[in-house]
Design a protein around this ligand. Structure first.
Ligand SMILES: Nc1nc2c(ncn2[C@@H]2O[C@H](COP(=O)(O)OP(=O)(O)OP(=O)(O)O)[C@@H](O)[C@H]2O)c(=O)[nH]1
Length: 388
């Protein structure tokens, strides 16, 4: 019965147009960028030196708009949860007309958000990197404003991954448990230090039977959030394995890792403290930043995602700067190499031309001194016999 309901909901939702979020319950569906959430503020006009970046930005924007037309599939087994609104044809239009509106006020980050506890945090500093601040002031952040940074949330079933994401993205809390099937995602827009920035937050299924589907979406993550239930110590122990699986699909050292204890509202002060001590210890082992949150009350949820967004943003800007400066260095090196070779090349070409000309002249001279029809037969190598 449950399976039949799930199958029905999957079939119903497969016909639905894109929503504010996307869901993938099978691998035949490629990840796509949500059409409603691709609302990008106009990128500052790049200066002439960055014309290549401007081109890159346009390509990314076009790719996002094209991707927005893809199909959506459910990730959640909630019968009837994906009602099909009429008007498929308005889909593309909505994605284009929605370009530009400002982000909501609580998504504007001007100063670097603080950690939850200094005992387990990724960075202790309280300000953006100097280079990042300068770049943002000049509004010269390249393609950062147009790209999506991927955040993947993993952890045991029932720990509250979906509830955490829904509290942040939709400000709702559902007491009923509906297992995630495969994966689901939300796109959340921010404005950080004046620059538009988006996170694509992937909710994955905690159930073992959906693990192989979910793990296909780990790749390319900039942030990995390993969630556990503060009231269930086993779920904390399992985070190590979840992290290992997620890291396996990504470049070493390329991801920020967070360890998040959920359902904080269910623990009293002393019990919570005890659970957190264990979690902080593990976070340090995992080189992760620790947070504890409650999707039910909303405690720490916004602060946590702001921290995630700020760290990911800063890294994106720094990587973009590095990429551009190494491209410029390569170009400079190429020019220098070529300009150093130029005199040598000119000399070689000139010498060759000179040598060829002199060879040609020499052969011309020797051929003009040799008579074509020798005056004395038998001479000059001829073996002509005299006629009788
Ligand atoms: N009291 C309390 N309950 C929570 C909290 N977060 C989640 N829950 C409940 O825990 C149950 C599981 O939450 P989900 O968000 O569906 O769990 P999940 O990790 O997404 O589960 P899977 O999709 O199976 O991986 C639901 O009944 C939620 O209502 C919380 O902060 N406090």
């Amino acid at each position: 019965m449950v399976i039949a309901q799930r199958v029905r909901s999957v079939l119903e939702a497969s016909a639905a147009p894109p929503r504010r979020s996307g869901c993938y319950s099978d691998l035949s569906v490629e990840p796509r960028v949500d059409s409603f959430r691709c609302e990008l503020r106009p990128e500052p006009v790049p200066d002439a030196r960055d014309s290549s970046d401007a081109l890159g930005s346009s390509v990314v924007l076009v790719a996002m708009v094209i991707a927005a037309t893809g199909p959506a599939r459910p990730g959640r087994a909630a019968p009837g949860a994906f009602a099909t609104p009429a008007g498929h044809s308005g889909r593309m239009r909505s994605s284009l007309t929605s370009l530009g509106p400002p982000v909501s006020r609580d998504r504007i980050i001007t100063s670097f958000p603080k950690w939850y506890t200094p005992d387990a945090c990724l960075q202790l500093k309280e300000h953006f990197h100097g280079q990042v601040s300068t770049t943002c002031q000049r509004r010269n952040t390249g393609t950062v404003g147009l790209r999506l940074s991927k955040v993947v949330v993993v952890g045991d079933l029932y720990v509250g991954k979906t509830s955490l994401i829904h509290r942040f993205c939709k400000n709702v809390f559902d007491r009923d448990y509906k297992a995630t099937i495969g994966v689901d995602f939300e796109i959340e827009r921010f404005e950080i230090a004046g620059i538009p920035y988006s996170l694509q937050i992937w909710d994955t299924a905690g159930q073992e039977k959906f693990k192989c589907i979910a793990s296909a979406y780990y790749r390319g993550a900039q942030v990995i959030i390993t969630a556990f239930d503060l009231t269930d110590v086993q779920t904390l122990e399992h985070t190590r394995q979840w992290l290992e699986d997620a890291l396996r699909e990504n470049e070493p050292g390329s991801c920020f890792v967070f360890l998040v204890g959920t359902k904080k509202d269910l623990l009293s002060g002393a019990a919570c403290k005890q659970a957190e001590v264990e979690a902080v210890r593990l976070a340090n082992e995992m080189q992760a930043e620790y947070w504890s949150v409650s999707a039910k009350t909303g405690e720490n949820v916004k602060a946590f995602f702001s921290r995630v967004a700020a760290l990911a943003f800063e890294q994106s800007v720094l990587q973009d700067l590095e990429r551009r400066s190494s491209a410029r260095a390569q170009e400079r090196a190429w020019r220098t190499r070529n300009s150093a070779c130029l005199p040598l090349r000119t000399f070689v070409v000139a010498s060759l031309t000179l040598w060829r000309t002199s060879e040609a002249l020499r052969s011309l001279a020797s051929s003009s001194s040799t008579p074509l029809h020798p005056a004395h037969p038998g001479q000059a190598g001829t073996t002509q016999a005299c006629p009788p």
